[in-house]
Design a protein around this ligand. Structure first.
Ligand SMILES: Nc1ncnc2c1ncn2[C@@H]1O[C@H](COP(=O)(O)OP(=O)(O)OP(=O)(O)O)[C@@H](O)[C@H]1O
Ligand SMILES: [Mg+2]
Length: 234
């Protein structure tokens, strides 16, 4: 039975799609059968993997008809494109049964969750096994995270990942405060992932953090390795 791992933050631009591509590909490289699904009609995580969705039928059609539409984007990694993020309330049960079906075929289903409130995202948060939250270490993000924890789905949050980290006095202060906040909560606050030129370049080329020989990528690979370890060893 596969597990659903949702990458979620209601804030835009914090690295949800970037984390999704690197985590999903990392799991696939460990030979876990992995599906990458998104509720973002821009299909950003596909583009970050070097793919492109031509449009037409996608995840909504899959939900409606039961016919899978997927793109094999790497070995052991299938991407499920979404053609729209508008799902009627009448599709709630079908969305659930589609994910149940996927859990039979995949070890991990990574969901790159769009920062919007809609039926699809509601269902995903209801059925997900885990939530990983990328954040920026700034005032608005840290205020948002404490609110997210208080929500119903808050108890599914397993890891908080500071991303796009710049080593400034203020970020260090936020990191320290969050460390205190999450102490003894069972939620792992990971080491920060730096804002990095390597990530920028790899995204530009449609590659993941695992597809470079650059020495400079090793730090990021180590940080992602810890996140993936947290998923696998849960
Ligand atoms: N650690 C990093 N170092 C450098 N650039 C990064 C890093 N993480 C993300 N980025 C870049 O920051 C931008 C935003 O990242 P991303 O698209 O993953 O965020 P998102 O949360 O999915 O955004 P949205 O809310 O629009 O879906 C992208 O251009 C991405 O390549
Ligand atoms: Mg995104």
């Amino acid at each position: 039975m596969g597990k659903i791992i949702t990458i979620k933050n209601n804030k835009g631009g914090v690295g949800k799609s970037t984390l999704s591509k690197n985590i999903a590909h990392g799991l696939a490289m460990l030979e876990f059968k992995t599906a990458l699904i998104t509720s973002d009609a821009q299909n950003d995580s596909l583009i970050l993997l070097g793919g492109w969705f031509e449009g037409g039928k996608g995840f909504k059609s899959f939900v409606q008809t039961g016919n899978e539409i997927k793109i094999k984007i790497r070995e052991n990694l299938d991407y499920f494109p979404v053609e729209t993020d508008i799902f009627g309330i009448n599709l709630k049960n079908k969305i659930k049964s589609t994910f149940t079906q996927l859990k039979d075929s995949y070890d991990y289903i990574v969901v790159d969750c769009a920062p919007v409130f809609n039926i699809l995202n509601d269902v995903i948060l209801e059925i997900t096994d885990e939530i990983i939250v990328p954040i920026k270490l700034d005032k608005l993000s840290t205020a948002g995270i404490t609110r997210l924890i208080e929500k119903a789905e808050g108890d599914k949050i397993t890891q908080i990942v500071p991303n796009l980290y710049r080593s400034t006095k203020i970020s260090k202060e936020y990191f320290r405060n969050l460390t205190d906040f999450f102490d003894n909560t069972g939620v792992v606050l990971t080491n920060p992932i730096p804002e990095s030129v390597i990530e920028e370049q790899l995204s530009e080329k449609g590659k993941t953090i695992w597809e470079t020989q650059s020495k400079k990528a090793e730090e990021l690979q180590g940080l992602y390795g810890d996140i993936i370890g947290g998923i696998i060893n849960d």
